[in-house]
Design a protein. Structure first.
Length: 347
């Protein structure tokens, strides 16, 4: 993930139409292709890598402007146009797109740091808005109503099942509301971090594919999260453990956000380690696909994604101190541990 991409080409004026087009595509995804919301930032990052940071910065307010235009047009056509709807649309889109201005700053050497900083700004903005405006109450009311309806659905579906009272007790409205509330509060930082990273990757891949001379190819095989990701991971773990002894709501929320957010790059590093080792085996003619695909099918059919992600994360964290890949590549280095003079993240 190192590097900030192309510095732009073709002139800033020539990039403005592309910036506006990227913003229009992003708004189209948000309105009409919600199943692609995870990739809404991909056209914006395509502009960044193709034309540079200034063009990228232009596309962000354009997203809000186009979203307002679509919301106003739709509201006028359906007779539901109102100021509250326009304000909500502008606020939601701004909280999603404006934090990406941080990614356009030249102070970040590595893009994963810029993406994490953007996600942190987004999380802080969402937290402030929900705490200081009626939006927090509206979200809470939605979660409670959703939990109530879900509990009623399960109660109806399982009413004929013998001895279902134990299951229904765990699927009560209050239990489901607690789960939903924790899921939302614990993902305030990880959610935008994952969304921005997914858009970054697809946008970069598009430039690599159609303008291969602008960027070096990125591969997880050589990705290292670095020690800077280990610090919030450790602090998050300590906070989660401490909260088990002394329950503090804000500590629990901060700890899980730090833990899950920092675990994400280590999971990516674990994927890189797995791909590297599989590639080494394939180069020796071991045909690793004979056992890799059965493992993936086993994970898929047993819903073992959390366990699998945990194993990848542990592998990534381990490589922070034990240079797994570097031992295969450069056995002549006395201490190839990342950060000890042999950091693979350096350009």
């Amino acid at each position: 993930m190192s590097g900030t991409g192309s510095k732009g080409c073709g002139g800033f004026a020539a990039s403005i139409p592309a910036s506006l087009a990227a913003a229009a595509v992003a708004v189209s995804i948000l309105h009409w292709f919600p199943f692609l919301t995870l990739l809404f930032a991909a056209p914006l990052f395509f502009v960044r890598f193709r034309y540079g940071n200034r063009a990228f910065a232009v596309s962000l307010p354009a997203v809000v402007a186009f979203d307002l235009l679509v919301t106003a047009t739709t509201g006028a056509a359906t007779g539901t146009l109102g100021l509250d709807g326009l304000v909500s649309a502008a606020l939601g889109t701004a909280l999603l797109s404006f934090p990406l201005f941080v990614a356009a700053l030249p102070v970040f050497v590595r893009d994963e740091h810029a993406l994490a900083a953007s996600a942190l700004v987004s999380a802080g903005a969402w937290a402030a808005v929900t705490a200081l405006t009626p939006l927090g109450g509206e979200i809470d009311a939605f979660l409670r109503a959703f939990s109530t309806e879900t509990a009623a659905f399960f109660a109806e579906a399982l009413k004929e099942v013998p001895d279902s009272s134990f299951i229904l007790a765990r699927l009560s409205a209050d239990a489901l509301y607690g789960i939903a509330r924790k899921t939302v509060s614990w993902s305030v930082f990880p959610a935008p971090f994952i969304v921005y990273t997914a858009g970054w990757r697809v946008g970069r891949w598009l430039v690599e594919r159609f303008r291969p001379l602008l960027l070096p190819r990125f591969s997880l095989t050589g990705f290292y999260a670095g020690f800077e990701a280990f610090v919030p991971l450790s602090l998050g773990m300590l906070g989660v453990i401490s909260n088990g002894f002394v329950s503090v709501a804000w500590l629990e929320t901060l700890s899980w956000n730090a833990l899950l957010g920092a675990a994400f790059p280590f999971i990516l590093q674990g994927i890189g380690i797995a791909r590297f080792l599989v590639g080494r085996l394939a180069a020796r003619g071991k045909r690793p696909s004979l056992w890799v695909w059965p493992i993936m099918l086993l994970v898929f059919f047993t819903n073992g994604w959390l366990v699998f992600a945990g194993i990848l994360m542990i592998a990534g964290v381990t490589e922070t101190f034990v240079p797994i890949r570097r031992r295969f590549v450069d056995k002549g280095v006395a201490d190839p541990t990342p950060g000890n003079g042999g950091d693979q993240n350096k350009q």
